[in-house]
Ligand binder design. Structure first.
Ligand SMILES: *Cc1c(COP(=O)(O)O)cnc(C)c1O
Length: 355
C-alpha cells in the first residue's frame, strides 16, 4: 500500500509527475539519452527551462509585468543572504514569525541594520503578530508567508512603500494572492514545486541595480536574470520535475482550483482537532496554516503510544512535529489528496473510541 505522505519537506509530489520524471531519467523526449546526461544548452533542455519559467510566472499572474522567474541553487537558505546582498544598502525591516524568519534576519545583519518590526517568539511563534508599524526609510521589508514548523500563515500582507520581499517556500502556488504586490518572492522547490535542488526566485527587475556594493556573479540576481538562469549549469533534474509539477497544476485548473482543495483539506483536519477532546491545536486559530497543521495530544502519556501505533497501521507517514514544537504536524501540500487527510482523521477518531 502506498503511504499517506505528510512529510514537511522534501514532500509528496504527484504520482504522475514522478512517473514521467523517472522515464525521463532513462530516455528523455525519445532522444535515447537521459535528461541528466545531456547538455543544459541543448534545445531540449532550454525548452524545459523556458517552460518552467513561463509556468511559474503564469501561475502567479506575473507574465509581462516586469518580473523574471529564476531557478537557482543553494536552497531558500541562500536567499536569506542573497536578498540582503542585492538590496540592503543601509536598513531593512523584518517580521519575525519563526525559525526561517529568524535565520533570514541573522544573515541580513551581516549586511546592514535590521529592524525587527514584530516577533511572536514570546509564544514559541504560535501566532502572527499584527498591528506593528514599519519604518519608511528602509531598503525593503521581508516576511515569511507560511511558517512550516509552527503551522502559522500570513493571511494578509502589510502595505509598504519599500520593496516587499517574501519567503514563500512552503505555500507558493497553494493559494491566490495579488502577487504583483511583491518585489521578490522566493521558494525552495521541495515543498510545493518539485525536488530539492532548485529555488525559485521571482524578482521585479526594476528594483535591482540600486545597491552600492559589488556583488559576486553567482549571487547577483541581475546576472541570473540576464542569462535566463543559465549563467552556470542549472540543476537540470530539479528544474525538469518542477516544470512537470507546474504543468500538472495547470492541467488540474491552476492555483484557484488547488486553493479550493487545500481549503477543504485544512477544514477537515482543523474541524477534527477542534472537535476531538483528545487533541488540541498549536497555532492561533485565525493564523492557522492550510499547508502545515500543528497539533498535540492533550494527554501524551496516556495516548501517544496507541496513537502512533494506529497511525503506523493506517500507513500515515511523516506526522511527527518538528523538535522545536513537539506533538504532531500534518503537512498537506498541493499533491496530498484529501483521502490522506481523511485517513488521519479516521485514526484520530479511532483513538477517541478506544480511549
Ligand atoms: C524549508 C524552508 C526553508 C529552507 O529551505 P532550504 O531549501 O532547505 O534552504 C526556508 N524557508 C521556509 C519557509 C521553509 O519552509
Amino acid at each position: 500500500m502506498k503511504k499517506h505522505n505528510f512529510s514537511a519537506g522534501p514532500c509528496i509530489l504527484p504520482q504522475e509527475v514522478l512517473k514521467k520524471a523517472s522515464e525521463a531519467v532513462i530516455n528523455f523526449n525519445g532522444l535515447d539519452l537521459s535528461l541528466i546526461e545531456i547538455s543544459h544548452r541543448s534545445k531540449d533542455f532550454i525548452a524545459v527551462m523556458d517552460k518552467a519559467q513561463e509556468l511559474a510566472l503564469e501561475h502567479l499572474g506575473l507574465q509581462n509585468k516586469g518580473f523574471k522567474a529564476l531557478f537557482l541553487q543553494g536552497g531558500a537558505s541562500s536567499q536569506f543572504l542573497n536578498v540582503a546582498y542585492n538590496l540592503l544598502n543601509k536598513k531593512a525591516a523584518y517580521l519575525n514569525t519563526g525559525t526561517w524568519s529568524s535565520k533570514a534576519i541573522k544573515e541580513a545583519k551581516l549586511f546592514g541594520e535590521v529592524v525587527e518590526v514584530a516577533s511572536s517568539k514570546d509564544a514559541n511563534f504560535n501566532y502572527i503578530p499584527k498591528g506593528y508599524s514599519i519604518p519608511s526609510d528602509i531598503d525593503y521589508f521581508h516576511c515569511t508567508s507560511n511558517n512550516t514548523i509552527f503551522g502559522t500563515q500570513l493571511k494578509e500582507f502589510p502595505e509598504v512603500s519599500a520593496p516587499l520581499v517574501c519567503d514563500m517556500s512552503s505555500d507558493i502556488f497553494s493559494r491566490v494572492l495579488d502577487f504583483s504586490k511583491f518585489d521578490i518572492i522566493y521558494a525552495g522547490a521541495q515543498k510545493n514545486m518539485g525536488p530539492a535542488g532548485t529555488t525559485l526566485v521571482v524578482v521585479k527587475e526594476a528594483i535591482l541595480g540600486k545597491i552600492e556594493r559589488a556583488i559576486p556573479s553567482m549571487l547577483d540576481y541581475r546576472v541570473h536574470a540576464e542569462k535566463d538562469s543559465m549563467f552556470n549549469t542549472p540543476p537540470v533534474f530539479a528544474v525538469y520535475v518542477s516544470m512537470l509539477t507546474l504543468q500538472w497544476l495547470k492541467d488540474l485548473g491552476g492555483v484557484s482550483e488547488i486553493e479550493k482543495r487545500n481549503n477543504a483539506k485544512a477544514a477537515l483536519i482543523y474541524n477534527e482537532i477542534d472537535r476531538n477532546p483528545l487533541f488540541k491545536g498549536f497555532a492561533a486559530k485565525e493564523d492557522r496554516s492550510t499547508m502545515n497543521a500543528t497539533f498535540n495530544l492533550v494527554d501524551e502519556e496516556a495516548h501517544k503510544a496507541t496513537f502512533d501505533a494506529l497511525a503506523k497501521e493506517a500507513g500515515l507517514s511523516g506526522i511527527n512535529g518538528h523538535r522545536s514544537v513537539g506533538g504532531y504536524r500534518a503537512s498537506m501540500y498541493n499533491a496530498l489528496p484529501i483521502e490522506s487527510v481523511q485517513a488521519l482523521v479516521d485514526v484520530m477518531q479511532a483513538l477517541e473510541k478506544q480511549a
